[in-house]
Design a protein around this ligand. Structure first.
Ligand code: HEC
Ligand code: HEC
Length: 129
């Protein structure tokens, strides 16, 4: 009986430990997402986030505390969330029948943290064909 109680205690302690430690690993469930689907698998979320790294030439750590990806402490992450929402709205409103996303982060950012602008007019430069 005592043993059962002890192992139950141990089990709940490890669950607590795992919950407190938000490092990525198998079984990780998305916790604090407002734009992407909460049921998205970690591998898919990671793959999607890698497109941010490439489209903006940034690293995961520019938007995330690597020990707690769910944290909203970094300013760049908050801006990125607004940008995700904008991009999603553009696609849903203007390209509802498209099979894949038409507007992506890359459309405007083109591999730069701040989208390139014309030096004289200040207008955003769209990707060249
Ligand atoms: C330009 C900023 C940015 C970069 C770079 C970025 N992320 Fe994110 N990430 C976000 C935002 C914003 C969210 C929240 C999305 C939402 O609210 O739907 C997020 C959410 C996540 C989550 C879900 C966390 C949770 O439990 O709530 C994981 C995991 C994650 N990112 C992993 C990564 C990894 C791995 C990389 C690098 C390959 C990366 N991210 C790069 C902005 C970024
Ligand atoms: C329709 C064009 C457009 C799209 C699409 C777009 N962005 Fe942006 N983004 C901008 C512009 C313009 C700025 C600069 C705003 C400014 O000058 O204040 C910006 C700024 C940002 C910044 C702040 C950079 C900094 O250093 O302050 C982040 C982060 C960002 N975008 C992330 C994203 C992500 C992630 C996506 C895709 C989900 C995305 N953007 C899609 C136009 C776009």
């Amino acid at each position: 009986m005592k043993r059962v109680a002890l192992s139950l205690l141990f089990l709940s302690l490890s669950v607590l430990l795992i919950a407190g430690e938000k490092e990525l690993g198998t079984g990780y469930e998305l916790e604090n997402v407002q734009v992407i689907d909460k049921s998205m698998r970690l591998a898919d979320a990671r793959r999607y986030m890698i497109t941010f790294n490439e489209a903006l030439d940034v690293q995961c750590r520019d938007c995330h505390d690597l020990r707690n990806f769910a944290s909203d402490e970094m300013e760049l992450k908050l801006t990125a969330r607004e940008m995700m929402l904008m991009t999603k709205e553009l696609n849903e409103k203007w390209f509802p029948d498209a099979e894949a996303e038409v507007v992506t982060c890359f459309t405007c950012h083109q591999g730069q943290r701040l989208p390139p602008r014309d030096a004289h007019t200040g207008d955003l430069l769209l990707p060249q064909e």
